[in-house]
Design a protein around this ligand. Structure first.
Ligand code: PLP
Length: 445
């Protein structure tokens, strides 16, 4: 390749150049094959080169790719909104389309604030979030993200909203154990609300199962039930950030469904188009939108490419593919099969401290001392090293905390496309086993 002027995540690293993808595999121009064990950034959830999606893409492109949403609506956008209404829990019926997960979060913040303005409570503007979380990269969404390494350069610009403790049982912030703890992590929300005053708080936001900032942290039963109760008591909206965990990834359409709790607002992205086009959405309940419909009748947000028919047609085709192939049910079943195999690896390796998650959204935490749960030192960059070894062996895994942010340990995520077969799970685990063997010998020698 010629010298490049593309700004890449690490400017001093050589990245393989990809040539094409097929199912759960990617191929580079040097002829290397990679098993996509993390769907890229937990995104390519139906695998690559799916014919029906390509056809929908071509078909829409041959009609019209862009209309301005303030002038027109389109059939694919209307159909996609209807499909999302059907699959969303409770009365979460309304869709606002954007281009990235970050924008979905920004929109959720604005809609929550606007909701309270329309009913005469304009002082409710703060959004409470949790540590060990990631909600996006712009200043607003980053303000909510409890991800220290991504915040630190911009800290002075971030909104000063309260951040509470996460339900991180493996490293309980209260040094307690479930169920003895009586869910102190949930009541920490109540403490923060009372500290700041419920009259100033618009919403609480959480990833139902945490992704990038810690590696599939999964709360104990009762946690979200309690969160919902606290939000109701203090008149606070509950926003579920399902950008990574949503659209079948965990073996339920939305991860929050595992606890049968209905949020007021849900943010989705990634799996919504499975990487075939940039699109994301903020899904809003009747309760949230009703005062806006009765009041100003306009959502004070939007982007040039919001609801462009090219992207909504592609997303619709992806959702149809997921439905027609029963991929949500498949993710639950094959996810259990994978989880069992990863638990066996945990028993076999001194450096695996925890395996957690649901469906095909599984986090593995690496530790220097399994009994004391000590993380590896910062300098070892252990997850970064494992990602390198695995890629060399032909397996892609997703770093969470990546060995550069040790505030929650070193974790990585296994989240292959929902289409993965049992045989392919076996291959994934074989490649991971081989990679862990090399890592363990390097780290413990
Ligand atoms: N929310 C969660 C839970 C995410 O995992 C991400 C991205 O990883 C985002 C929001 C931001 O999405 P995007 O990168 O599409 O802006």
């Amino acid at each position: 390749m010629e010298p490049s002027y593309l700004i890449k995540p690490l400017l001093d690293k050589d990245y393989p150049v990809i040539s094409h993808g097929e199912g759960i595999y990617l191929y580079d121009i040097a002829g290397n094959k990679y098993l996509d064990g993390c769907s890229g950034a937990v995104t390519a959830s139906i695998g690559h080169n799916i014919q029906s999606v390509i056809e929908a893409m071509m078909d829409q492109a041959s009609k019209v790719s862009f209309v301005y949403r303030s002038q027109f609506t389109s059939e694919p956008s209307e159909k996609l909104a209807t499909k999302l209404m059907e699959i969303s829990p409770g009365d979460v019926n309304w869709s606002f389309f954007v281009n990235s997960g970050t924008e979905a979060i920004e929109t959720a913040m604005k809609i929550a604030i606007q909701h309270w303005q329309e009913i005469g409570l304009p002082q409710k503007t703060k959004v409470i979030s949790r540590w060990n979380s990631y909600h996006g990269i712009t200043i607003g969404a980053l303000s909510l993200s409890g991800f220290t390494t991504r915040r630190e350069r911009f800290e002075s610009l971030l909104e000063k909203s309260p951040i509470v403790e996460p339900p991180y049982c493996y490293r309980c912030p209260f040094e307690d154990t479930y169920p003895n703890c009586q869910l102190k992590c949930a009541t920490d929300l109540e403490r923060a609300i009372l500290d700041v005053g419920p009259d100033s708080i618009a919403a609480f936001i959480a990833e139902p199962i945490v992704g990038a900032a810690a590696g599939a942290i999964t709360p104990p039963d009762g946690y979200y039930e309690k969160i919902r109760e606290i939000c109701n008591t203090y008149n606070i909206l509950f926003i579920a950030d399902e950008v990574m965990s949503g659209i079948g990834r965990t073996g339920e359409m939305f991860a929050i469904n595992h606890w049968k709790v209905v949020p007021d607002i849900i943010c989705i992205g990634k799996g919504m188009s499975a990487g075939y086009t940039p699109i994301a959405a903020t899904l809003v309940s009747n309760k949230v939108i009703d005062p806006i419909l009765r009041g100003s009748k306009i959502i004070m947000s939007g982007h040039t490419y919001s609801a462009n028919p090219q992207s909504t047609a592609v997303s619709l085709a992806v959702l149809q593919y997921i439905e027609q192939n029963n991929l949500v049910e498949h993710a639950a079943i094959i996810g259990d099969y994978l989880f069992e195999k990863l638990q066996k690896l945990k028993n076999a390796y001194k450096i695996i401290g925890d395996v957690r998650g649901k469906g095909l959204f599984i986090g593995i935490e690496l530790v220097a001392d399994k009994v004391k749960k000590y993380p590896f030192s910062f300098e070892k960059a252990v997850t970064k090293r494992l990602v390198e070894i695995a890629q060399w062996n032909g397996l892609l895994i997703y770093p969470a905390n990546a060995g550069i942010d040790n505030n929650g340990g070193d974790a990585f995520i296994i989240a292959p496309p929902l289409t993965i077969t049992e045989k392919q799970v076996d291959d994934l685990v074989t490649l991971l086993d081989k990679s862990l063997k090399q890592l363990e010998s390097e780290m413990l020698s």
